[in-house]
Design a protein around this ligand. Sequence first.
Ligand SMILES: N[C@@H](CCC(=O)N[C@@H](CS)C(=O)NCC(=O)O)C(=O)O
Length: 251
Amino acid sequence: MNARLFIIPASHPSIAVELMLKHKGIPYKRTDLLPVISKGVLRAVGFPGITVPALKIDGDKVQGSRQIARELERLRPEPPLLPSEPAQRAAVEEAERFGDEELQHPIRQILWWGMKQDRAPLRSYSEGAKIGMPIGLAVKTAAPIVALSARFNEASDENAREALAALPPLLDKVDGWIESGVLNGERANVADFQIAPSIGLAMTLDDLRPYIENRPAGALARRFVPNYPGKMPPVLPAEWLAPLRSEAATA
Ligand SMILES: N[C@@H](CCC(=O)N[C@@H](CS)C(=O)NCC(=O)O)C(=O)O
């Protein structure tokens, strides 16, 4: 199989797909792209959409973490990404959908809001990536990239604050799935691969890690993405973290 994966360093759905490729034992080459620039490159390569992860596999082009998961399952059924028992399979698919449609984006918005306050951490998120120029130079010239990415992801003050308020119930849902065995079971599944990187990315923020690391969701991230790249020192206003603090107090 001839596979090339296009990613943005530290992008959570990109890391999700890397976990899936490794689970399937499919060797792949990786093209690391800077945000914003990624859009033009993906179009130039012939992908219809503008987001990563994007996978070229045996000449076909597949984009989106869930679409890629289905294509990998079709091309190489073993080991499976989904349980065969119908009820378990439906539960894993619902958790996977939630990871893609509900969990990914608020975390992305919080991260880009943080980058707007302090671009220096960008370097740590690109650790080990081959972006075609020295990382230091990329970070020094990253102001327009951060501004455009924050705008693209609608990382306004209002939305970042709302995203933080949304986190406690999202984390509760992940914990619930872990407790019921849908996630973090003996056999890793596609929802583990989808959700763990989002939790791992959230835990790269010093502001968020204390509210996550001791929960079941924190254990899920440590299992699947123990070395998630990136570290953002505290940047979030204390009052915006109140919903997380009040949940921690009642837990
Ligand atoms: N839900 C989609 C999300 C894809 C997405 O939004 N990817 C982001 C990176 S995490 C992206 O490509 N953003 C473009 C940019 O930042 O320029 C998936 O799971 O594939």
